[in-house]
Design a protein around this ligand. Structure first.
Ligand SMILES: NC(=O)c1ccc[n+]([C@@H]2O[C@H](COP(=O)([O-])OP(=O)(O)OC[C@H]3O[C@@H](n4cnc5c(N)ncnc54)[C@H](OP(=O)(O)O)[C@@H]3O)[C@@H](O)[C@H]2O)c1
Ligand SMILES: *[C@@H]1O[C@H](CO)[C@@H](O)[C@H](O)[C@H]1NC(C)=O
Length: 354
């Protein structure tokens, strides 16, 4: 399945508002009436979707990121790409940490073209592509090494890249892929960049998690899925790990001027579902439903952009957000003992502590 929501051509969206969702019409109708109902419904849906996108300005609208440097992992696609576009629009220096240079360069070209000459001529803002494969600790180290050599400051780190329900695979270092990329790769990345973030304080770390954390558990007895593999469970576990990581890090960063918050973006039409197989015949229906009801990448990225740029959340740390508002967590995502234990084990796994 390719969720394929690469289009960013909609007007700037305001995410954090969603209209109610209409249901389909009755089934037993004469063909003509049915056609009319479908057409009418389609038009209504299109209008609603357009309004939803155009109604208000974006979460970061107005905020300037001039002079600020932002790193976004997985910035060539989906939410990361939308966030890169908007933060570039706000004049940030945006470093796209991507595993595939060709895909990333192409995305960068398209983003620049989309913003157009007028915005480029205003000056400020820069888009930089750097190689970063979170499934390789060597690559994470090389990326950070280069950043620390080249960048005098780092104001925002957005841990956005993610892999969803892939078949059983291992990273270069032998970690189960979803835990390895979504949690461990970002764990090492963040730790290696902490010094620069502290020197640039006030600075921010934004962790993109998911509501699906609810179905996960940090099962220390098989953290690497050597005994059994369940792709849904492992995705949820990695997203729960994201939240616990952000919590523990917030505790460790108290008083440093570096904040860290996690978020869920909602259901967004991106390439995330690439490993999920949808039967050929169901695809048109899926595409229609996702087009109508899923958020666009730009809408989905609003909470990331908000946490990265809004003055509203200056100094706010250790919280979990959805639709640009703080949200409650289940107790398992607030378990500080588990968070600490996960931190300690992660340190050993990525070789920060031996
Ligand atoms: N879409 C949703 O409905 C949804 C819901 C909840 C949470 N999220 C979260 O949102 C985040 C962004 O996902 P998305 O929906 O925008 O999906 P996406 O379009 O598939 O983008 C994911 C990005 O992560 C990158 N990535 C994957 N593996 C990587 C690796 N080993 N090293 C470096 N980068 C890697 C991908 O790079 P390539 O293009 O090279 O593969 C891509 O740039 C994820 O953390 C996801 O868990 C999404
Ligand atoms: C896999 O994990 C999911 C989510 O944790 C759970 O609902 C499902 O029952 C599990 N499947 C199997 C076969 O254990």
């Amino acid at each position: 399945m390719r969720l394929g929501g690469r289009s960013l051509t909609q007007p700037r969206a305001q995410p954090c508002a969603h209209a109610g969702r209409s249901a389909a019409g009755p089934a037993a109708m004469a063909p003509a009436a049915l056609t009319a109902a479908l057409l009418g419904g389609g038009l209504l849906l299109a209008a609603w979707r357009w309004l939803r996108a155009a109604a208000r300005r974006g979460a970061g609208a107005g905020a300037s990121m001039r002079g600020k440097t932002v790193i976004i992992t997985g910035a060539n696609s989906g939410l990361g790409r939308a966030a890169a576009t908007e933060l570039l629009r706000m004049k940030a220096r945006v470093i796209m940490g991507c595993r595939d240079r060709a895909r990333a360069e192409r995305a960068a070209r398209e983003i620049r073209a989309e913003l157009g000459e007028r915005e480029a001529a205003e000056g400020g803002g820069e888009l930089v592509v750097r190689e970063l494969d979170l499934a390789s600790l060597r690559s994470v180290r090389a990326f950070c090494h280069r950043v620390l050599q080249e960048e005098p400051r780092l104001d925002v780190l957005i841990n956005n890249a993610g892999i969803f329900q892939c078949p059983y695979m291992k990273t270069e270092d032998g970690f189960e892929m979803q835990f390895g990329v979504n949690h461990l790769g970002h764990f090492l990345l963040t730790n290696l960049l902490l010094g620069l973030l502290k020197n640039s304080a006030p600075s921010r770390i934004v962790v993109v998690s998911s509501k699906l954390y609810k179905y996960g558990e940090i099962n220390f007895e098989d953290l690497n899925s050597d005994i059994s593999y369940n792709k849904s469970f492992c995705y949820s576990r990695s997203k729960l790990a994201n939240i616990l990581f952000a919590r523990e890090l917030a505790r460790r960063l108290e008083g440093t001027g570096v904040t860290v918050n996690s978020l869920h973006p909602g259901i967004v039409r991106t390439n995330l579902g690439r490993h999920v197989n949808i039967p050929l015949l169901a695809k048109p229906l899926f595409n229609l439903v996702s087009w109508a009801f899923f958020k666009t990448p730009l809408e989905g990225a609003q909470t990331s952009i908000y946490l990265a740029s809004s003055p509203d959340v200056e100094g706010v740390s250790g919280k979990y957000f959805g639709d640009c508002k703080e949200e409650e967590l289940l107790p398992k995502a607030m378990d500080d003992l588990v968070a600490r234990k996960l931190w300690d084990i992660s340190e050993v796994m990525v070789g920060l502590l031996k």
